[in-house]
Design a protein around this ligand. Structure first.
Ligand code: ZN
Length: 270
C-alpha cells in the first residue's frame, strides 16, 4: 500500500496539551514541518483568538478543524455553539468539530436525546453556513454514549447530514469507528462531500482509561492503512489529524519527541 504523503499530517493539539499551550504547539508544528493543526478552544482562549489566528497565519498552517462545538443536550448549548462558529471563522478552520453530547440530564431516553441533538444542529446550521464554517459531526465510540456523544456511528451521523442538507458532514475518527461493521460502506456513502476530517491514533490492548488512553499509530490494533485506503477511495484528499489523549504515556513525554514520533508513525503505520 502507498505510504501517506507527509504533508497530509496535522496535529490535534490535544496530543501535547499537557506540555504545550497553543503558541508552543503552533511553533512546534512549524519546527517539525507539520503543515496542519487542529486547536482546542480552551487553549485558543488562553492565548487569545486573534493572536492564535495571527500566529497560525505567520507559519502558514492549515487549520484542519476547531475542537469543539456540540453538547446539544447540555445547558447553554446555543450560546456556546454560536461562539464556537465565530471562533472557527476567525481561525479559518476547515470545519467545526461537533461532539454532540450524551444523554439528556436525568434521562435514560436515548431516542429523545438524539432528537434533541438533531434539533440543536439544525438550529445552528444556518449560522454556520453564513459564517462559511462547515459543521463536522464526530461519532464517538459507544462507550461514551452516556456522557459525551450518543451519535456513535457514521451511519447515524450521515442520516442527520442527509436530513439537514448543505454545510454539514462528518469527522471520521479511526479510534471511534474502527470496530463498526458498516465502516467501509458508510465511508463510501459519505464521499468527498461529507468527509470533512480524518482523525488517527490507535486502540491499545488493554485500554486502561475510557477517555485518556489512546495509543500512537502502530501501537494498537486498528488497521489504519486499510481505513485510509477506504477514505481515499471515497475521494478524501484532506489531512490526517493525529489526536492522542494519553494521560499515562504521551502527555508525559518531551513534546518534541512526541511530534517526531507522530511524523514517523504517520509515515510508517498509517
Ligand atoms: Zn477525533
Amino acid at each position: 500500500m502507498k505510504k501517506p504523503a507527509p504533508e497530509k499530517l496535522s496535529l490535534n493539539t490535544a496530543t501535547v496539551k499537557k506540555q504545550w499551550g497553543i503558541a508552543q504547539a503552533i511553533e512546534g508544528c512549524a519546527r517539525h514541518g507539520i503543515r496542519g493543526i487542529s486547536p482546542w478552544r480552551d487553549q485558543v482562549a488562553a492565548f487569545g483568538l486573534e493572536q492564535t489566528a495571527r500566529l497560525i497565519r505567520t507559519h502558514g498552517l492549515t487549520v484542519t478543524g476547531l475542537c469543539r462545538g456540540g453538547f446539544f443536550t447540555a445547558k447553554d448549548w446555543l450560546e456556546d455553539n454560536r461562539r464556537a462558529i465565530g471562533e472557527a471563522h476567525v481561525l479559518g478552520a476547515q470545519c467545526l468539530v461537533l461532539v454532540v453530547g450524551g444523554l439528556l440530564p436525568e434521562s435514560k431516553d436515548l431516542h429523545l436525546s438524539r432528537e434533541k441533538i438533531k434539533e440543536g444542529i439544525a438550529k445552528i446550521l444556518p449560522e454556520a453556513r453564513q459564517a462559511g464554517v462547515p459543521l463536522a459531526i464526530e461519532p464517538l465510540h459507544p462507550m461514551q454514549a452516556a456522557e459525551r456523544a450518543c451519535i456513535n456511528t457514521l451511519e447515524q451521523a450521515l442520516d442527520i447530514c442527509d436530513a439537514l442538507g448543505e454545510g454539514i458532514g462528518v469527522a471520521c475518527d479511526a479510534y471511534h469507528v474502527w470496530w463498526d461493521p458498516k465502516l467501509q460502506e458508510q465511508i463510501k456513502r459519505a464521499g468527498k462531500k461529507r468527509l470533512l476530517a480524518y482523525h488517527i491514533c490507535d486502540w491499545l490492548v488493554p485500554t486502561r482509561d475510557l477517555l485518556n488512553d489512546r495509543g500512537m499509530m502502530g501501537d494498537g490494533v486498528i488497521d489504519l492503512p486499510k481505513i485510509r485506503s477506504w477514505i481515499e477511495a471515497a475521494g478524501y484528499t484532506g489531512f490526517h489529524e493525529v489526536e492522542i489523549f494519553s494521560e499515562l504515556d504521551w502527555w508525559k513525554k518531551n513534546p518534541d519527541e512526541v511530534l517526531a514520533t507522530c511524523k514517523q508513525r504517520h509515515r510508517d503505520c498509517s
